[in-house]
Design a protein around this ligand. Structure first.
Ligand code: KIV
Ligand code: NA
Length: 267
């Protein structure tokens, strides 16, 4: 199979074809998602709260994310791999942002990077894209700013906020972004952004009117045993499946029914 490239995503938008994106943090999940035909995987900084056990995405570092990016790239060789730039690794200056993006491309072997922010990030997006590194933007609710935004809430509600969101979307496109994530945005606003932009929009909590959708894989697979936000659909119950398997294994070991003769070697 041919590797998904950014030009294919732009062609899909022109043809009106939707595509699905998932996060991945390790080799096994990445390989399964590639086998399923998911064309784009994001090594999100959501690895912080999912794979690494932090409360928010804020503490995770470039050094912690790089090995995850490498694992996903190795697990899904025909998939477009996007590496999320963690909080604090790109906001200081366009130079800092470019240096971090280069690390994800060189050491992580990613194919693109993602960063949060709108018009204020335009110089950063310009600096990274000028070096030949594709940038996915992320506007609406941006989890790295949760303390400034007052927690997880819908962004772009009301006429003025909607205009601001549209301005942000155009700003990141004009700065050279190849796609933009819209997180927790009213569906009609996301549909308007999608219609106005030439680059694909990737929705999460942004309705069906986007060019693509993304979900955090621990959420979509039901691996997290906690209340999910409204925008998550659980397509599996991996928590239940793994819990039952671990309980059965524990019971069989304690009862002496595992290993059986078929799992054992003769002398
Ligand atoms: O880190 C992440 O998983 C993300 C997606 C939800 C867009 O940024
Ligand atoms: Na993220």
């Amino acid at each position: 199979p041919r590797r998904t490239r950014i030009v294919h995503l732009l062609e899909a938008k022109q043809r009106g074809e939707r595509w699905a994106m998932l996060t991945a943090y390790d080799r096994a999940s990445a390989a399964i998602f590639e086998e399923a035909g998911i064309p784009v995987l994001l090594v999100g900084d959501s690895a912080a709260n999912n794979a690494l056990g932090y409360d928010t995405t804020l503490p995770v570092t470039t050094d912690e994310l790089l090995p995850l990016v490498r694992a996903v790239v190795r697990g899904a060789p025909n998939t477009l791999i996007v590496a999320d730039l963690p909080f604090g690794s790109y906001e200081v200056s366009p130079q800092q942002a470019l240096e971090t993006a280069v690390r994800f491309m060189k050491e992580g072997q990613a194919h693109a990077v993602k960063l949060e922010g709108g018009a204020e990030m335009a110089p950063v997006i310009e600096a990274i894209t000028a070096a030949g590194i594709p940038v996915m933007a992320h506007i609406g609710f941006t989890p790295q700013s949760e303390h400034a935004l007052g927690g997880y809430r819908v962004q772009g509600r009301g006429e003025e906020k909607a205009r601001e969101l549209l301005r942000s979307a155009h700003a990141v496109q004009d700065a050279g972004a190849f796609a933009v994530v819209l997180e927790m945005v009213p569906a009609p606003i996301a549909a308007q952004v999608t219609a106005e932009l030439t680059i694909p929009t990737v929705g999460i909590g942004a309705g069906v009117g986007c060019d693509a959708q993304v979900l955090v894989w621990y959420d979509f697979a039901g691996l997290n045993d906690r209340k999910m936000p409204r925008f998550v659909k659980q397509y599996a119950d991996l928590h239940g499946t793994l819990l039952a398997a671990a309980q059965e294994y524990k019971a069989e070991v304690e009862a002496g029914t595992f290993p059986g003769p078929e799992h054992s070697f003769d002398s």
